[in-house]
Design a protein around this ligand. Structure first.
Ligand SMILES: Cc1cc2nc3c(=O)[nH]c(=O)nc-3n(C[C@H](O)[C@H](O)[C@H](O)COP(=O)(O)OP(=O)(O)OC[C@H]3O[C@@H](n4cnc5c(N)ncnc54)[C@H](O)[C@@H]3O)c2cc1C
Length: 383
């Protein structure tokens, strides 16, 4: 049974009429990365999410290890994975990566990021954009309307604060579902990927070892295709229990980084990488970029419009990498499986692995994170 940590009923006082300088909606990877960049700021900042911080994981929680170090959250690592193994119906290729993946504990990682931010937090469900007073944007929540000069939507693929919210299965979204069986996964050093049409027509399966559990799942690039039975099938093939399900949609198309005066970060801006469905690192990366623009408004006299323009251009400047990945996402499912197996073997030649995975990391490199901000204590909510 899921134990809810989120306050209910009388514990949730009204937030109606609250005025802040910065409102960050969504307290997962993207929202926390934005908040962390505002550590030590004198501005009134408020972070909201419908759940308590770290309460609801929706991912296999694997990210490049150098990013977890750069964000100061290495303490959350469950297991480091130096290899990737790709399996098709005709064989397997195992790669030694030039950098490693690490699986991590979602709750702990979120707590660590939050501690670094020092930003007040409230649970509130964001419903829509309100009318707003001049110079301010208002956001309607189930605890009343909050007004802010700067607003960030880090609410995931629904892009709640935009005029053009997405609706699956028509939208360019992939869907993923995984199980988290308790098993001792420590003996494995590989993140496993299956590209097998008998499992999923257009997509892939994965197994991420994470210490005392494995995260076994299937993602489909076709939003209309169901992933429950392929996930159960993969768990059966691996001889693990299909238990503790979790799933979500994730975008595979880059979207505008700003709209109507709002900053969009992470899945709400389509920052999840096509092909791999990797969206944690990019949520960090674009969250940091957004946080830096907000800071420039708060402390260096940059106007909101200038910050919006700079951030949206920064986000759009990555379009080429996203379109290459989307092209591969379309190509791989239609390649004859024997040709794909051969291609995976050729790529397995170490200089090619180093080059390909080096390029991939470069698209959102951990050096962008820079120095971790000083830890700060969360002050009380300002109304
Ligand atoms: C099954 C699966 C496995 C995955 N595995 C990986 C992986 O191993 N590695 C990787 O890099 N990527 C993975 N991804 C993709 C990754 O999870 C996302 O790209 C990433 O979570 C995006 O982060 P985000 O902060 O933008 O959005 P989210 O993580 O979706 O966070 C959105 C936040 O907003 C809150 N929220 C949503 N709506 C509202 C509302 N109306 N009001 C208030 N709060 C709201 C949510 O509670 C949540 O805290 C996986 C995805 C799936 C579905």
């Amino acid at each position: 049974m899921t134990v809810r940590a989120t306050a209910r009923g009388e514990d949730r006082s009204s937030l109606d009429g609250t005025v802040v300088d910065v409102l960050i909606c969504g307290a997962s990877f993207a929202g926390l990365a934005v908040a962390r960049e505002l550590a030590g700021s004198r501005a009134r900042v408020l972070l909201v999410d419908r759940y308590e911080i770290g309460e609801r994981a929706t991912s296999a929680c694997a990210a490049p290890t150098p990013w977890l170090h750069a964000m100061g959250v290495a303490e959350a690592i469950s297991q480091e994975l130096a290899h990737m193994r790709f399996t098709t119906p005709y064989g397997s290729s195992r790669y030694r990566l030039p950098w490693s993946w690490s699986s991590f504990d979602y709750r702990r990682l979120c707590e660590l990021l939050y501690e670094q931010s020092g930003v007040p937090f409230q649970t509130a469900k964001v419903q829509r954009r309100g009318a707003g007073a001049p110079g301010r944007i208002s956001v309607e929540t189930d605890r009343g309307t909050i007004n802010a000069g700067l607003v960030v939507d880090a609410l995931g693929w629904r892009r709640v604060l935009a005029a053009d919210g997405y609706q699956p299965p028509q939208a360019p979204l992939s869907r993923g579902l995984e199980v988290h069986p308790h098993t001792d996964a420590r003996a494995s050093s590989a993140l496993d990927v299956w590209v097998d049409r008998s499992l999923v027509r257009s997509g892939y399966g994965w197994c991420v070892p994470a210490g005392g559990e494995a995260r076994v799942g299937v993602g489909s690039y076709e939003p209309a295709d169901h992933v429950r039975s392929p996930t159960v099938d993969l768990a059966a093939r691996l001889g693990v229990a299909a238990e503790r399900f979790q799933g979500n949609w994730f975008p595979h198309r880059l979207r505008a980084g700003t709209e109507g005066g709002v900053f969009f970060v992470g899945d709400s801006a389509g920052h999840c990488f096509p092909l791999s469905g990797e969206g944690i690192r990019t949520a960090f990366y674009f969250g940091i970029a957004c946080g830096r623009e907000l800071r420039a408004v708060l402390e260096q006299g940059l106007s909101r419009e200038q910050a919006l323009l700079r951030y949206s251009r920064f986000s759009a400047s990555h379009a080429r990498a996203y379109s290459i990945a989307l092209g591969l996402q379309r190509l791989i499912p239609v390649l004859p499986p024997r040709a794909l197996t051969l291609a995976l073997r050729v790529i397995g030649y170490q200089p090619i692995v180093d080059r390909a995975f080096g390029w991939y990391l470069d698209q959102a490199h951990p050096s962008f994170a820079g120095r971790s901000p000083e830890p700060a204590r969360a002050p009380a909510l300002m109304a």
